[in-house]
Design a protein around this ligand. Structure first.
Ligand code: FE
Length: 140
């Protein structure tokens, strides 16, 4: 099980960059084709930019043509949580970090095999950890 990390809004504001805070804690969306991981193919793991929880692997990343880094599945079922998002007159499924509850993006049912899912992520909510390197979970 993922051990949860809960911080106050004030603590998040201090720890994150303004861009990270806007996406992770305010449910913002980076503009398409602007994210730093859009074309990244380097082997490794993508962790949560807020708490370093491992979220996605490079092997499940694919070129979706949407302008955001996209994955077919997370590293584990409990790496992320999914909730219904009815904002902007649409019904979408929001993807959050399973550990810190930070907003990561949305998941859509139009991805490639094997899952048919497209986890559409904001680069700013992620951090790429190269293969062979490790990163420490952020704690209180
Ligand atoms: Fe997190």
């Amino acid at each position: 099980m993922v051990e949860k990390l809960e911080l106050t809004d004030e603590e998040w504001r201090k720890r994150l960059t303004p861009e990270q805070y806007e996406v992770l804690r305010r449910h913002g969306t980076e503009r398409p084709y602007t994210g730093c991981y859009l074309g990244t193919k380097d082997p490794g793991t993508y962790v949560c930019a807020g708490c370093k929880n491992p979220l996605f692997r490079s092997g499940e990343k694919f070129e979706s043509g949407t302008g955001w880094p996209s994955f077919t599945q997370p590293v584990a079922d409990d790496a992320v949580t999914i909730r219904e998002d009815l904002s902007y007159g649409m019904r979408r499924l929001e993807v959050r970090c399973g550990r810190c509850d930070g907003h990561l993006g949305h998941v859509f049912p139009d991805g490639p095999p094997p899952t048919g899912l497209r986890y559409c992520m904001n680069s700013v909510a992620l951090e790429h950890v190269p293969e062979g390197q490790t990163t420490e979970l952020v704690t209180r």
